[in-house]
Ligand binder design. Structure first.
Ligand SMILES: [Fe+2]
Length: 440
């Protein structure tokens, strides 16, 4: 994650996953914690979905009530709800924030030009798609470097998803906020984002696995309260609203939450802590085994609006097994990205599957190992082998048909031509039927 250089951790309000392409200090040979090149600089609370409370000033949280006639220290109470008031208790998410000035104190939002780069208009196509690494343009901050690549549905109906990439070469203006993303040591940043138009991520059920493994609740990190006190400067607040940007002005910092309590908050998770499960006998389990977080469709248990799945460093030991994924057609849509390193099932093709690139295999689109990966996996000696060291591929798997924006299809100019033909066009007919007898 990028860290704000001077401001306290912000308080984003979108159900969003954000991943940063990181560079490891050195390739890590053992698990479980990623050796980030930039050391941690903040304090956190831990625990996924826990009801938490935190105070930057002792006594800033009212005791036993949310909205006293006068809040401690002259703060304002502001409730932020992430679910309907009457949502079932197990999924209800809200937070009470105690801040210096309420967020309502701002000028009218005015449209801000953002062209097509955030428009939620998706072209549905059945072809397999792969993108070269997306550019990081010169002299752009995080908001300017944000582009929507693919997605489905309509944010106005709160139904669907969107996948973004971002790249930035400079920090955001000093008095501008959306999320606030500044560079550390002026080094460029890039990454991927998944936005849910509705619902929230939760940890997947573990079933027979038991009560531990995959992503453990204790490893999710949530900011502690921190604030700045500035009711004199003019701030610009950027609002991404149904595929376009709006801005407003306000005479106070938005980073003024002195205390808060609740279940609706940002969190971060080091993918290096994921406790990977796999076969210790034979055959290739479905990739759902690597689900970090899932956003359930509710209508159909086990069918996700979005599963966030990763392919971390792991041992492969399956006997008499084709170890990469088999060829498949999936009723779910698969968008993949690569944070760093290389991925086991992809090698050849025009440029290959590269870090900071992506691929999309829409609903029922045929895909699987390319020729090179198939030949290698079919003939390799099946000794235990560790794969993925220094690498982290991921997949957003969705029950929706996932379309591509005009920017993702044309304007970014990163779609690899000939991806399908180069990957699978060279697969040979290896069928060797017995000579006699057989039915035609
Ligand atoms: Fe797939």
């Amino acid at each position: 994650m990028a860290h704000p250089a001077d401001d306290p951790p912000c308080f984003p309000q979108l159900p969003t996953l954000l991943y940063q392409v990181v560079t490891f200090q050195e390739q890590q040979e053992t698990m479980p914690v990623t050796n980030f090149r930039i050391p941690e600089r903040y304090e956190y609370q831990t625990g996924f979905a826990a009801n938490l409370e935190t105070e930057a000033i002792k006594g800033a949280l009212p005791i036993g009530q949310n909205s006293p006639q006068k809040c401690p220290y002259g703060l304002y109470a502001e409730k932020i709800s992430g679910t309907a008031f009457t949502a079932p208790r197990w999924e209800n998410q809200q937070t009470w924030a105690y801040r210096i000035i309420p967020s309502a104190a701002h000028s009218s939002f005015e449209p801000a030009p953002s062209g097509n780069r955030l428009k939620t208009k998706f072209n549905q196509i059945p072809n397999q798609l792969r993108w070269d690494p997306f550019d990081i343009n010169a002299d752009v901050d995080w908001i300017e470097g944000l582009h929507i690549v693919a997605g489905s549905g309509d944010p106005a109906l709160k139904n669907g998803i969107a996948y973004y990439i971002y790249g930035a070469t400079k920090s955001m203006n000093e008095k501008t906020a959306m999320y606030r993303v500044n560079l550390v040591n002026d080094e460029p940043i890039r990454g991927y984002i998944l936005e849910l138009f509705n619902g929230h991520f939760q940890l997947p059920e573990l079933g027979p696995i038991g009560s531990n493994c995959l992503a453990n609740a204790r490893d999710f990190q949530i900011p502690v309260a921190a604030y700045t006190h500035d009711s004199k400067s003019t701030w610009t607040v950027v609002n991404k609203f149904c595929g376009q940007l709006f801005t407003s002005k306000q005479g106070h910092t938005p980073f003024d939450v002195v205390a808060w309590e609740g279940r609706y908050y940002p969190y971060k998770y080091d993918l290096g802590r994921f406790n990977t499960i796999g076969t210790i006998s034979y055959d290739h389990p479905d990739p759902s085994l690597n689900t970090v977080l899932t956003a359930n469709s509710n209508a159909h248990p086990g069918t996700a609006i979005a599963d966030f799945v990763i392919f971390p460093p792991r041992w492969l030991v399956g006997e008499d097994t084709f170890r990469p994924p088999s060829y498949h057609r999936n009723c779910m849509s698969e968008f993949m990205g690569l944070i760093e390193g290389s991925y086991i099932a992809k090698g050849a093709g025009s440029g290959g599957f590269q870090a900071a690139g992506a691929s999309l295999h829409n609903c029922m689109s045929s895909h699987g190992p390319d020729v090179e990966a198939f030949d290698k996996a079919s003939n390799q000696e099946l000794v235990p082998v560790k794969v993925g060291t220094g690498s982290m591929a991921f997949m957003f798997e969705s029950c929706y048909m996932v379309g591509v924006t005009d920017w993702g299809l044309k304007m970014c100019q990163k779609v690899q031509k000939g991806y399908s033909e180069e990957s699978w066009g060279g697969l040979k007919d290896l069928f060797t039927p017995p000579e006699l007898p057989f039915r035609e």
